[in-house]
Every structure is written in structure tokens, then in C-alpha cells.
Design a binder for this molecule. Structure first.
Ligand SMILES: O=C(O)C(=O)Cc1ccccc1
Length: 321
């Protein structure tokens, strides 16, 4: 069984899953890999990542799929901002799953008539390229070599970028997007696999409403999960006293003393005061599967030392290596 089939529906009828659209985005591909659209799952595209949070919090979708981090370009700030929840709008949301997607970028547009043969298209006619900022960050070397001086325009998703490139009948616009978007938006592939690194991978989070509910996930057996036995991960956000030397080191020390391995650490401006930070720590362990009480204990440690701390979810580890 894949992680895919394990998300629970909310009873009879089709269950909705929100993702960053329009169709053929990487988020769409990641979502389809877990929630195959059929009688059970109805996939709902949103215009922004923030809207995925809004729709799930409002109860208009059972799950949401959001890109969290990329192995080449790092954390997706729009998602981190949603998880930071500074306005207290998403208090009920929890991360309940993760999806890894190999990401290969394509330059899509209209082939220049009289240009080179397919697979080695001339790019001389391209005046602007649309994409998601993450995709630009993952293809910087290609741009430096082949598209120097061309305008790059940030849009909400790579599939939106393909839609915009297709709408330009002059053929002077292109998009960085997935191969599937070429077919969906009837564009030519001007260059294939333009990512800076061929191990380019994006990790998506699955979010849902209901912090106290444990997702019915079984061990993935051979197919998924960490072969070293690190079956779960959890995410916590916190702020520490700004002027206390070692306050952050103290919090990180709690994880060390409970033998809980950290898997990611991020920070954002807290917006409480300038240069004051909100930290995100992700570690191996689950609040729902905690036979030795180490996860419970570390939450209590952090709660005592932090000004504010929020548990953001526990889910099954899908990393295979
Ligand atoms: O824009 C998309 O297609 C997304 O789903 C966001 C994204 C962008 C680049 C790499 C991975 C995910």
C-alpha cells in the first residue's frame, strides 16, 4: 500500500483535496500521486498557496497539498508563512502527511519558425519567461547560460506560467514548467530537463483540519518509509526570549537530550518586533506513536522555555533514503 491510499475520506461521497493550480502544476502531480482522482477524491485547484490553507481551514476541502521545500532551492516561503499563522487564522490545521516529487523543469513556448530542429530549439525569439519563483531558483544556471537578459516574471505557479505563455500569440513568451504542462497548454518543449541538479526533489506537505485526529496511516512496508526505522516526523514552531543568551541552544538541546533527531530547521521574522524570529523545528518522532513518552516530554520542555510554541503535526516519514 502506498501513502497514497491511506488518507481517510470523511464518510460517504467524494472528498475534496485542494492544491495549487491550475492543472498540470507540480502540486497537481504530487496530489495525484496520493489522491488519485476517482469516485473518492475530487481535486480542487486554488490560485495561491495561501488559498489552500484557507480552503482547508474553512472546511471546504478535507485535505490540502502544499510545497514545503526543494532540495536545490530551499524552503517555500509562502508555505512557511501559512504555517507561521501569525494572524491565528489556521489554528485547527495540522500537517498529516508528506509527498516527495522528482522535479524536472522544461522551457515551454512556441518554436521559432526557421529555427533549429526539435530538441535543440532556438531561443532567440524569447523576450520573457513566466514561472513560479521556486522554479526560477532551480534553473538559474540554464538562465545564466541561455537566457541572459530575458525578463523573468514571477507568477503563482508553473502551470499558470504555461497558461500565460500559451496566451501570447506572438510566441515571444515562454514558461518554466513541467512536461505535462506542455501537453495541457499546447506548447512546444524548447529545452528539456533544465534544472540545475538532476536530483532536484520537492517535498510537499498534506494538511488537514483537526489537530487531535491521528491519520490512519499504516507502515508503508517496503514501498515507502525510512528503511532505518524512522517512521514518523513532527513539526513544531516556537519563539524564544530574544535577549536571553543561549535560549535557542537550550531548546535545541532538549531534542538532543531526548535523542530526537532533527530533520529540518527554518526561521521567519516573527513580526512581533524587528529581527525577532519564529523558529520551525522538524524531528523524527510522533505525538501519536510515542511509547517512551519522548515526544510528549520534548513538547513540555519547549513549552516551558519558549514564549510561544505550537505543535503543527505528526505524520509518516516517506523519505526512502
Ligand atoms: O508552481 C508549481 O507548479 C508548484 O506546484 C509549486 C512548485 C514550483 C516549483 C517546484 C515545485 C513546486
Amino acid at each position: 500500500m502506498t501513502a497514497a491510499q491511506k488518507m481517510e475520506g470523511g464518510g460517504g461521497g467524494r472528498n475534496k483535496v485542494a492544491y495549487l493550480g491550475p492543472v498540470a502544476s507540480y502540486s497537481h502531480q504530487a496530489t495525484k500521486s496520493v489522491f488519485s482522482p476517482d469516485q473518492k477524491w475530487e481535486l480542487e485547484p486554488t490560485v495561491t498557496i495561501k488559498e489552500v490553507f484557507d480552503v482547508v481551514q474553512a472546511g471546504d476541502a478535507d485535505y490540502g497539498v502544499i510545497p514545503f521545500e526543494n532540495s536545490t532551492h530551499g524552503t517555500v516561503i509562502f508555505t512557511l508563512n501559512g504555517l507561521a499563522d501569525r494572524a491565528g487564522s489556521y489554528a485547527d490545521l495540522a500537517v498529516c502527511g508528506e509527498i516527495y516529487l522528482d522535479v524536472h523543469h522544461f522551457l515551454l513556448g512556441r518554436r521559432c519558425f526557421g529555427g533549429a530542429a526539435a530538441g535543440d530549439a532556438s531561443l532567440k525569439h524569447i523576450e520573457r519567461v513566466y514561472s513560479h519563483p521556486q522554479a526560477f531558483g532551480q534553473t538559474a544556471a540554464f538562465f545564466a547560460k541561455h537566457l541572459r537578459g530575458v525578463d523573468t516574471i514571477d507568477v503563482t505557479s508553473t502551470s499558470k506560467a504555461a497558461e500565460l505563455a500559451a496566451a501570447d500569440t506572438t510566441g515571444k513568451s515562454a514558461a518554466v514548467a513541467g512536461e505535462i504542462a506542455a501537453e495541457t497548454y499546447a506548447l512546444d518543449v524548447l529545452a528539456a530537463s533544465i534544472e540545475d541538479r538532476d536530483d532536484n526533489t520537492t517535498r510537499f506537505f498534506v494538511i488537514r483540519k483537526g489537530k487531535e485526529r491521528q491519520e490512519q496511516q499504516e507502515s508503508s512496508g517496503k514501498e515507502g518509509g525510512d528503511p532505518y526505522g524512522n517512521k514518523h516526523k513532527s513539526l513544531l514552531s516556537f519563539t524564544v526570549p530574544h535577549r536571553t543568551p543561549g535560549a535557542l541552544a537550550d531548546v535545541l538541546g532538549f531534542f538532543k537530550s531526548r535523542s530526537l533527531n532533527l530533520t529540518s530547521i527554518n526561521s521567519l521574522p516573527s513580526l512581533l518586533e524587528p529581527f525577532h524570529y519564529l523558529f520551525f523545528v522538524e524531528f523524527e518522532g510522533s505525538r501519536f506513536d510515542d511509547p517512551e513518552g519522548r515526544v510528549k516530554a520534548v513538547f513540555e520542555d519547549v513549552e516551558r522555555a519558549a514564549l510561544r510554541s505550537t505543535w503543527l503535526g505528526s505524520w509518516e516519514n516517506q523519505r526512502r533514503r
